[in-house]
Design a protein around this ligand. Structure first.
Ligand SMILES: [Zn+2]
Length: 190
């Protein structure tokens, strides 16, 4: 299995140059600006199980229309975000610079340390816990991860985790549909 990952780069302000930038107001400063040492993989789809609409952008920008779908009435008020979203076709969208704190993890613990938003980067895959992610999503996730590990070396491969691992019982994403062994294989140097 060969895979040539595209080289991605991160600018001085923490934006990935290959991403479509959609700045979200849902962010703030990290308590320790230089403490970026965890990568959290998530999934999201809006409405659940449907792909391709504008709704994820709208949620992360705080402008989701509660009348557009019954599910949205329950979530439109949430002030949440992630650093990035990788859509089904591999499009990379970035909402928050990696240097700042996005609001993706909620109540969470990694290796005994709480409040993972403080020291992590959150990447959403457009998807569900049960439907396989696309090859384009894995390829882009690997490229982003490689760029992040270059820029933030404290994010070792052992410090890449799933939302379900840092919030067990509360969160289930990225779910059994995420193929960790395939993803980690893509991260290895070719
Ligand atoms: Zn999540």
């Amino acid at each position: 299995m060969t895979q040539t990952n595209t080289q991605f780069s991160i600018d001085s302000e923490g934006w990935c140059e290959q991403a479509r930038k959609v700045p979200s107001p849902h962010h703030n400063q990290r308590p320790q600006a230089d403490d970026i040492s965890l990568l959290v993989v998530h999934n999201i789809s809006l409405p659940p199980g449907e792909f391709g609409g504008p709704w994820i952008d709208d949620l992360f920008l705080g402008r989701l229309d509660p009348a557009a779908h019954p599910y949205f009435a329950d979530i439109h008020h949430l002030r949440v975000s992630a650093h990035c979203l990788i859509r089904r076709d591999g499009e990379l969208v970035q909402y928050v610079p990696f240097t700042l704190r996005a609001w993706h993890a909620g109540v969470s613990t990694f290796a005994g340390r709480e409040a993972c938003n403080d020291f992590s980067i959150g990447i959403e895959l457009e998807g569900t816990d049960t439907l396989p992610y696309t090859p384009a999503q894995y390829a882009v996730l690997a490229s982003v991860t490689h760029a992040l590990q270059q820029r933030f070396p404290a994010i070792t491969t052992e410090r890449i985790t799933g939302h379900s691992d840092i919030a067990p019982g509360r969160k289930s994403d990225p779910g059994p549909s995420f193929n960790w062994s395939y993803f980690l294989q893509l991260l290895r140097p070719i």
